[in-house]
Design a protein around this ligand. Structure first.
Ligand code: SIN
Length: 508
């Protein structure tokens, strides 16, 4: 935990001392969904953004790829709608997808007005194509650091707004409920526990891919919002659908750095240690991930590489500057060297179930971004639809939260108690990767659950791991990113899984 600097605003200094706080709107998480919502909410009242590291640390910040939106000459919302529905393998919510694709172009326009510096070709935005998209529709920037371009634009607005208070290095430990209504949160800052009450609370905490030992996500992606929503009694949907990214740097001592899918769009090949191609690189992420996984597990010393050595070096250095310079830091020159890869957990399609305005099953609680299950991704997310979802549904959640007029501090504020910490237990991460990973089967999921049940110390990661195992075990079919070796075909009937504390898991 770092101390707040002496130049921190007065509000922030007092924050270190007070145990009970009140604001109009709580936003937990400082990624794209949280910041986008905060900008709208600040028009209606005081907003407090709680974030467990510095404000610039979030999953969104690391997002490569870009933002998909139907803005090209040869594109329209119907094409984007059709591609998204096809990727979702039968599980998308049609109304949510329609909102996503129709409001997407407006969000891009807004970002441009707010100063987002996307790459251009002449006067027009430069659009790339990625797997599953019928046309080029991916807006991108900063040599592959699109998430940072968006965060910079949103953060500039947030910082300029006196109605928004940022509380960095505050660890959100639990939701505070009053019956079925969420009235605030508990958090920890500098070793002290405190509470904050508000009219409405937004979970924008991102996903929980750190529950896997192989993960593209930053260390902060421990599923805190998912676990807290579960403990508070909210309904979560489709937690078994975890997207694995097939091309992630696999080097001893290096983080699992994502080698963007856009490289394959430019012709990058995937080869085994004999230099042979074994998969069509432009298949969907789940298919490519399974093929890479099978190669890697075919013998103990097997290796798989992403080969970009035939792609023009200038293009690699310019368009993929982030990948190029990061790989160089690990002694690999992508213009000359093949890059050793592994698949890794990348994105949660499921999450806290919401309506089209981010409302969850608990009054006063909203969710947006990866923590939410809006229904736009179904069983498999289309590349570059996640930042779009965070913008569109972050904005919608902010607009809906403004309508909440009730402020519900308890008559007698209770002393904040210590909550559950996001301890990152390597055992949990190994179990989830081994037993609820890319290729699943009943016996292994049951073993995983038994091992998790033996763990004594509750943690957010453990709650998330259990939900994934239980939902994956219940889904006796293969669909989208969920692959069951013992049920390799999709079921005839389409259903969602719903998981809620103290209730039986539902398949509906
Ligand atoms: C990528 O660039 O391959 C990842 C982007 C995404 O997950 O949409």
């Amino acid at each position: 935990m770092s101390k707040l600097p002496s130049t921190a605003p007065r509000w922030a200094k007092s924050f270190m001392h007070d145990l009970i706080h009140q604001t109009d709107y709580i936003v937990v998480g400082s990624g794209i969904a949280g910041l986008r919502a905060a900008i709208d909410l600040a028009e209606a009242g005081r907003v407090t953004i709680f974030t467990k590291a510095q404000i610039t640390e979030s999953n969104s910040m690391y997002a490569q790829g870009g933002i998909a939106a139907a803005i090209g000459q040869d594109d329209d919302v119907e094409k984007h709608y059709a591609d998204t529905i096809a990727a979702g393998a039968g599980l998308c919510d049609a109304a949510a997808v329609r909102v996503l694709v129709e409001e997407g172009p407006l969000e891009i326009e807004r970002l441009l007005q707010w100063g987002a510096d996307f790459e251009r070709e002449g006067n027009a935005l430069s659009l790339s194509r990625e797997g599953g998209h019928a046309v080029a529709r991916i807006v991108h920037g900063n040599g592959g650091l699109t998430g940072k371009v968006v965060i910079d634009a949103l953060l500039a607005r947030v910082r300029a707004n006196p109605n928004v208070h940022i509380a960095p290095f505050t660890f959100f430990s639990d939701l505070i409920t009053d019956g079925d209504r969420v009235i605030g949160i508990q958090f920890e800052h500098n070793g002290k526990f405190a509470s904050c009450y508000a009219k409405a609370t937004l979970l924008a905490t991102g996903g929980g891919s750190q529950v896997y030992s192989q993960s593209t996500n930053p260390e902060t992606a421990t599923g805190d919002g998912l676990a807290a929503a579960y403990r508070a009694g909210a309904e979560l949907r489709d937690m078994e659908f975890v997207q694995f990214h097939p091309t992630v740097l696999s080097l001893h001592g290096a983080p699992r750095f994502l080698l963007t899918e856009a490289l394959r769009g430019e012709g990058a090949r995937i080869v085994n240690d004999r230099g042979e191609r074994f998969v069509n690189e432009l298949l969907t992420r789940d298919e490519v991930s399974r093929a890479v996984f099978r190669q890697l597990t075919s013998r103990p010393d097997a290796k798989v590489f992403l080969d970009t050595t035939h792609v023009p070096a200038d293009l690699l250095r310019k368009k993929f500057r982030h990948v190029y310079t990061t790989s160089l830091n690990y002694g690999l020159d992508i213009t000359r060297d093949r890059i050793p890869i592994t698949p890794a957990a990348h994105y949660f399609m499921g999450g806290v179930q919401t309506d089209l305005s981010g409302r969850t099953s608990l009054r006063g609680l909203y969710a947006a971004g990866e923590v939410a299950s809006t229904g736009v991704h179904g069983a498999n997310r289309l590349a570059s639809n996640s930042l779009l979802e965070a913008l569109v549904f972050g904005g919608r959640a902010g607009a809906a939260m403004k309508e909440e007029s009730e402020i519900n501090p308890p008559l007698q504020s209770s002393e904040p108690s210590s909550g559950i910490f996001a301890t990152v237990n390597q055992n949990i991460r190994d179990i989830t990767w081994r037993y609820a990973g890319i290729v699943r089967k009943a016996r292994e999921l049951e073993t995983g659950l038994e091992l998790l049940d033996r763990m004594k110390e509750e943690s957010n990661l453990l709650t998330v791991a259990r939900m994934i195992h239980e939902c994956a075990l219940a889904r006796e079919e293969s669909r989208g990113a969920h692959y069951r070796e013992d049920f390799p075909a999709p079921a005839v009937t389409i259903f969602h899984s719903y998981i809620q504390k103290d209730r039986a898991l539902k398949l509906l």
